[in-house]
Every structure is written in C-alpha cells, then in structure tokens.
Design a protein around this ligand. Structure first.
Ligand SMILES: [Zn+2]
Length: 824
C-alpha cells in the first residue's frame, strides 16, 4: 500500500507562516515590528526553524535523539524500517540529527512512504521451509476490516514465537480469502515490528475491495495460523448529532486560553443548575519572561544580561550602556540612574579597555542596584574576551511584545494564571462517575482545546432538548480543563507557533541566553510520577532545552500538581482523557518502559484491557460517524506497545495511582483521501476551515467532539453497571481421555482470578492473562486432573455471584470446575 503524507501543515495558518519563516531575528519575532533598540546587539539567531521528515532506526535512536533535546513527539509513525516522523529543527540541529544517524527523508517538502510496507523480507518461498511442523509457532493477534470513504482496508497483526530470532529472521506471509468459502490467495509479506530490541509482532495495513472472511498467516519456518476477520468501527450507532434537533457546531475558530476560560465562566453563569467553575489551586508560572539583552555577540567577550524583574514589571525598561571613557588605569565601574545602567569599562595603563566578559557580568550582578540579578558569559564561554563598548544604551526585552500576524486580537495578560475547570453535571455530589477532559497540555496543539470546548457547549445546549444528552448530564460529573498550559498556549499563539511546553525556564546559564528562549519549559506530560524519566523510564529528557524535558523533579510544575489535586479532591473521577494532536491515535497503558529489556509499566489486567478496547471502539465509531475518519487499530492500545515510551505521562499516574481509566488521545491524524488513494497527515494548527474532507481544524473539532460525547456515555453506562459478570471455563468440567486445552471466557470485559491448588481465590490469586499483549486470554494445557477455583470482576468492580474475595466468605460461592484427565 502506498501512503503519502503531504507537506505537514504545522505552520499552516498562512498569516503565521510568513512571520515564522522569514524571521531573521529571534525566531518568532515579527521582523516587520518595531526595530531593535539602537545600539542593541542583535541576538544572533541562526534558529529559524523548519520542518523535516526523518526516519529513525527504532526506539533506541528515538531515545538518543529526544534525550539530546529534539522535538519529535507527535506525528511519529511506525514503519517497517523504524520510526518516521517530523522534526522542527534549526540548520544546526539538522546537522546534529544526521550525526546521530537519523535519515532525513525530506527537508520542508513532501515525501512518500515506501511503496510496499514489506520490511524487505521477500516472499516466504525464497526461504527454505523446514520439514517439521511449526503450527504452534504462529498466532493471529488481530484481523480487522474497515472502510473509509468508499475504500476497504484490512489490518492484520500476527506473531511468531520465533520472532526474536536474529539469524535467519523469520518472515511471515499473509493471505486472505474473498468471503466465506472462497480460497486463500493474494499472498503478501508482513512487516516485522521490532521495538527497543524486542520483537513485537508482524503487521500490515492494506487496501482491499472485498471484505475477507478469514486470513491465513504462514511463517518462513512453516508455522501456520488462520483467523477470522472482525469489523473495526463498521457498526457505529448513529451519533447524537443524528437527532435533527440536536445542536452542535458552536466553535467557529481557534481559541486562545483567555477566550476558553472566559467562555467556561460564562457557561457556568448561564447554566448554574448544571455547571460550575472549580478553580485549580496552583497558579501557573505565568506568560511572562525576564527581560534580556546579549551584549557583544557570541564570542568570549559576550555578556548575557537578565533582569531581576519580569519584563512587564519593569524589566523591559532597563537599559545597559557599556562605555569606554577617556583615561588610563581606571577601574571597572557601574553607574545606575533610574533604570539606566552604565558600565564604565576598566582601562589599562595604555588607555585601552580592559574588562573581561566575566568581570562585566559580575559587576552587573552585584552593582546594578538590584536591576540585574543574572549576568554571565555566553553559553559555555569562559568570558575571557575584553568587552567592547556598545554603540549606545541597549534595551532589555522579554521578547513577548511582538504580536504575530494573524494571532487573535486582544490583550495578552501577563503573569500567573489560575486555571478554571468547567464542571458540568446535574448531580455534582461526588456520586456520579467523574470524567476529566484535559486539553492542551502541549501548547501548540490547538484543536484539542476547540474539541473540548465544543463538547462542553453540546452538553449545556442540548441538556433540556435531547434525551441522550440529558442522560449524560444526569449520570456523569464532567470536568473540563480546556487548556492545561495557558502560558505555553499564549506563547504558541503570539510568539512561537511550535511551542510545546510550559514557559518555566529551568535552564542554567549555558542555556539561559535569549537565543534559547524557544527551547525552555517543561513537557507537562513528562512531569508525572509513574513510569517517570526520573526513575529510568525512556522517552523523557533531562535536558532543559529538550521538547520532552521532564522537569527538575516529578510534579515540579503547577500544571501537573493541579491534576493530582483535582483527582484527589474529586475521587469520583474514574475516567480521564488527555487530549492531544495530531497523531490519529487512542492510547492507554502501558505508556512507558525502561529501554534496557523493554520493561513496561504494569500491564492492565485482561478485564481492563478489554474494557479499554470496548470503550475505544465506541468512541472511535462516533468519530467515524461524522465524516468517515478512521483511527486505525494499529494506532490503538498501550501507547508503548504501538508507538513509543513516554516516561512520566499523566495517564500512567492516574491509572496506576488512582485506578482511573486514563486515555490519551491524538486527534486529527491521517485522513484517507480517495482522490489520491493516499493517507494525508494532519497538523498541529490546520487551517480552521481548510479542506472539510481532509485536513481542517473545524472538521476535526466536530468529529472528535462526537468521540468525547461517547466517552461520557461510556462513563454513564459504567456508573449504572450493577450487573455481575459471569464467566466459564471452556471446555467445562468433565472427564477427558487425553490432555485438554482450556481457557476462560467472560460475559463482558472482566478479570478472572483463579487457583489450581485447591485454595479459595482472592485478589492476590493469579490473574488470567493474555497469551501475549494485544492477544486474547491464555490457553492452559491440562495434562493432569486439575480443579480450578475462580471468580471474575468487571470494569465497574462488580464481582461474579457477589462473591467477596477479601473476607473468608463462608458461602464460598466462587466458581469451581474440575478437569478430570482419565489415563487409559
Ligand atoms: Zn501532545
């Protein structure tokens, strides 16, 4: 199958592109804006960013590259030969990337995927098929059929138990039939997926015009497995929007944080019976910067100067003038008059200036009457050069005053922000299941915010008129954080479109000069406590200028502290969606691993895993109902299983610490374009209207809001689920004349706890597990007479037969079955 990702419209708002790409001064500055103050040394910014398409060999290289500070987070895709994606880089960074072995596929231009995603293994027939049978070595993990925009697709995952084998690599061939009773054919080579040195499985996605009934997978060592084809998102119920009187389409453009928050507060005022505002306790560190200047270029004589006060609180009024006065044998001196600082350079016996950068920096720090509290040589320089006089006073600036062309109108408030949470629910008494929708942890992701706002609007506008909405509002307790990174979002809207992190600068002097200002901040979705980079998990950086910087400590940032506060205060929150863009993915746990050995955070038990899949299918079916956008099954599951490890993400913490079903959503991914036969990639900031059939901020907002509404229905159903699950051992109790294979089946997503030693089962008993991840439950090969005791627990906590595993339940009404093997 051929897939082409068109030029990624990361900077797609045309007006914004202009200010981004032609910037020759500090990146993000408006070159047409007020010119630099006379005498100010230009901050040499070789850092005009551009977008490149790259390929990495795998997760190890991804770790290396992210640890080195590169911005590769979103839009990454697994391909047979590794990981492909895009990076926002400077020319210097591009060179560094290449130095790390990264292959550059296209530099600011379109690129094509390989024609055949075949991993280069060649046909199975080319390999010697071993004579002995290997039937048991191959398993079909999943085989999914879906259609989008008139085109059918088949997606298959299969495993060979010999997959880890290096020499020779075991290949897999896939065949399908063309409907019930038709023969297998159309042999294709499957792609081998290896991550962090570990074989995962083989997989393929390809176009098919006819829905197959069965598939067959054959390994190059002779293993064979067949599997039935399932439907993926093919049987979607009508969305809420199908009701002709249903009101939707409330959001008509991108919204910066001030607009989001003011609308949230207005909703609470307009609908006081069902809505209120909860204020998060920790203020952000603020959309604000210290004022800075860089004097004397970038050499040994350069001095980086930073104000003690925030720019908007007086820092921007400071000037520094470096003066060469007449005379000889004069000491270095500093004069301060109001906000004007004059550095009088020392003179040697011959009357030449004699102050080094280190000396000038020290003088500014200690003798500027508190105006300047940080001054140092440039980056890693030792500051041994003799400072030259400036042409006049150099004005310090926080660089926040250059509004980008095309940015929303209105004053941008500076300083710390209190984030309002819009809480919607008829019964906000802690008894209904809470759902936390957290949007825009990553500043440049604008569509998650509009998607969340649209969802809130739909709830309040349809509550009185639409039965399904009324049921949601009466049976859930929803918490919307419409932007969890307001400071970074403002920076993205007004200064630097590609800003991902918050605005906190944790950098030491070597990275504290203004040329680095677009590289400061903490990745809020790497700042949590479970599977954290601080504990050795992969996919977060210790570098303060990395786009996945994890912060100086777990929960160092107010934005992440707030989330923990919220779920601890409102312990009825049982569902969470962290809304991101633009990968077209739906994730849960595990989302992080330790690279050495690929040790993941604990896998959810089978019941939770099944519940996640069931919920995902419901949510994504509603997305599809809008305009046939399909999030493919290869992009659904534990994020570290299908994409990469992201250490310290919020989902791991909320699931493992609080038992919250915590989803991660990448809205706005690839869309199939029937006109070209290709999948077209998304963008962080697609044009709002764009192409309504392809990449469009508006269309993505509407379709993914459908999905959020379905998540509310999942939560409402969960809250009402009082029905105990049932389960059985298949085949059941009985006499068998030879060893028998048995497994558990449950009536709904549920986890089975069992014993085989005659003891009563408890929550500490072994859990019935998947054969391997993404596969169904394991099969027990019973060779001796064995008695199973067990019970099952569903996702809502209901226990089969109301058994109480925690006490010595004298009814002992757990389930029992004896498999009697009668030897002849
Ligand atoms: Zn994100």
């Amino acid at each position: 199958m051929r897939r082409t990702r068109q030029r990624i419209a990361l900077l797609a708002l045309p007006a914004l592109v202009g200010s981004m790409l032609v910037a020759t001064g500090p990146a993000g500055a408006d070159p047409t804006g007020p010119s630099a103050t006379a005498g100010q040394s230009r901050v040499d910014d070789p850092d005009a960013v551009r977008l490149v398409h790259i390929r990495l060999t795998g997760a190890d290289m991804l770790d290396t590259v992210t640890a080195a500070g590169f911005d590769l987070e979103h839009g990454l895709r697994r391909v047979p030969t590794g990981i492909e994606g895009e990076a926002v880089v400077t020319a210097e960074q591009l060179t560094a990337l290449k130095g790390m072995g990264v292959e550059v596929l296209a530099d600011d231009a379109g690129f094509a995927w390989a024609d055949e995603a075949d991993g280069g293994l060649g046909p199975a027939g080319a390999r010697a098929v071993q004579p002995q049978s290997h039937e048991a070595t191959v398993r079909v993990v999943r085989a999914d059929w879906f259609t989008t925009k008139g085109q059918g697709f088949l997606y298959v995952e299969a495993r060979t138990t010999e997959g880890q084998q290096a020499e020779p690599i075991v290949g897999m061939q896939l065949e399908n039939d063309s409907g019930k009773g038709t023969p297998f054919g159309f042999s294709r080579t499957m792609s081998r997926f290896v991550d962090s040195g570990q074989y995962m499985f083989h997989r393929n996605l390809f176009k098919l015009d006819t829905r197959p009934d069965k598939i067959r997978v054959t390994s190059s060592t002779g293993g064979v497995a067949t599997g039935a084809v399932s439907n993926w998102l093919e049987d979607a119920p009508p969305p809420l929007t199908a009701n002709p009187s249903y009101k939707s389409d409330f959001v008509d453009g991108y919204r910066h944080p001030q607009q989001l928050y003011s609308r949230a507060k207005e909703i609470a005022r307009q609908y006081p019976d069902i809505a209120e505002i909860v204020y998060l306790p920790n203020q952000t560190n603020g959309y604000q910067r210290k004022a800075q200047a860089q004097i004397g270029g970038t050499g040994q004589a350069a001095v980086v100067v930073t104000s003690a006060a925030w720019g908007h609180e007086g820092g921007n009024d400071i000037t520094v003038d470096v003066v060469d006065r007449p005379g000889a044998n004069l000491p270095l001196a500093v004069e301060v008059e109001g906000k004007a600082v004059r550095v009088l350079l020392a003179k040697d016996a011959a009357g030449a200036p004699a102050s080094t950068a280190t000396e000038v920096a020290e003088a500014l720090r200690t003798r500027s009457q508190g105006l300047i509290d940080r001054a140092h040589p440039y980056r890693t320089n030792e500051g041994t050069g003799i400072v030259a006089p400036t042409a006049g006073p150099v004005a310090l600036t926080d660089f926040l005053d250059q509004k980008r062309v095309g940015a929303p109108a209105g004053e941008v408030p500076r300083g710390p922000v209190t984030i309002p949470v819009l809480r919607i629910g008829k019964h906000r008494d802690g008894k209904k299941p809470g759902v936390l929708i957290q949007a825009q942890d990553h500043a440049r992701e604008w569509v998650p915010a509009t998607t969340s706002l649209e969802s809130a609007e739909r709830l309040v506008h349809n509550y009185r008129s639409d039965r399904e909405t009324k049921k949601i509002v009466e049976n859930t307790d929803v918490f919307f954080i419409l932007s969890n990174n307001p400071d970074g979002a403002n920076y993205s809207f007004y200064n630097f479109a590609s800003q991902r992190r918050n605005m906190t600068n944790h950098c030491p002097d070597a990275n504290a000069d203004p040329g680095r200002r677009n590289s400061w901040g903490v990745d809020l979705n790497r700042n949590y406590r479970v599977g954290s980079g601080h504990d050795g998990y992969a996919g977060a950086s210790t570098s303060c200028v990395s786009d996945t910087y994890q912060g100086p400590a777990e929960l160092s940032e107010p934005e992440s502290k707030n989330i923990i506060w919220l779920v601890e205060k409102y312990s009825n929150i049982k569902f969470m969606m962290s809304v991101h863009s633009n990968g077209g993915q739906l994730f849960w746990q595990p989302g992080a691993y330790i690279a050495d050995g690929r040790i993941t955070t604990p896998r959810p038990p089978l019941g939770d895993e099944a519940f996640y899949w069931q919920s995902a299918a419901r949510i994504l079916s509603q997305v599809k109902a809008h305009r046939e956008t399909v999030v493919t099954p290869e992009n659904v599951g534990g994020s570290s299983d299908v994409l990469y490890s992201s250490a310290g993400n919020v989902r791991e913490d909320l699931y493992h610490t609080y038992g919250i079903y915590a989803f991660g959503w990448e809205v706005g991914g690839s869309v199939y374009n029937p006109a070209t036969g290709d999948w077209q990639g998304g963008s962080f900031q697609p044009e709002w209207v764009g192409n309504p059939d392809l990449v469009s901020g508006h269309a993505e907002t509407m379709e993914y809001a459908n999905g959020i509404m379905e998540m509310f229905r999942v939560a409402a159903d969960w809250g009402k689920d009082k029905k105990d699950p049932t389960s059985q051992l298949v085949p059941g109790a009985g006499r068998y004349s030879k060893p028998v294979d048995v497994r558990f089946e449950t009536s709904e997503p549920a986890t089975v706890y069992y014993t085989t030693d005659g003891s009563r089962p408890t929550l500490d008993s072994p859990r019935y597990a998947a054969t391997e991840f993404r596969e169904p439950g394991q099969v027990f090969h019973v060779t001796e007479t064995t008695t199973f005791h067990w019970f099952s627990v569903d996702s809502a906590g209901n226990i089969e037969r109301n058994y109480d595993p925690t006490k010595n339940d004298r009814r002992n009404n757990y389930r029992t079955a004896t498999i009697k093997i009668v030897k002849r």
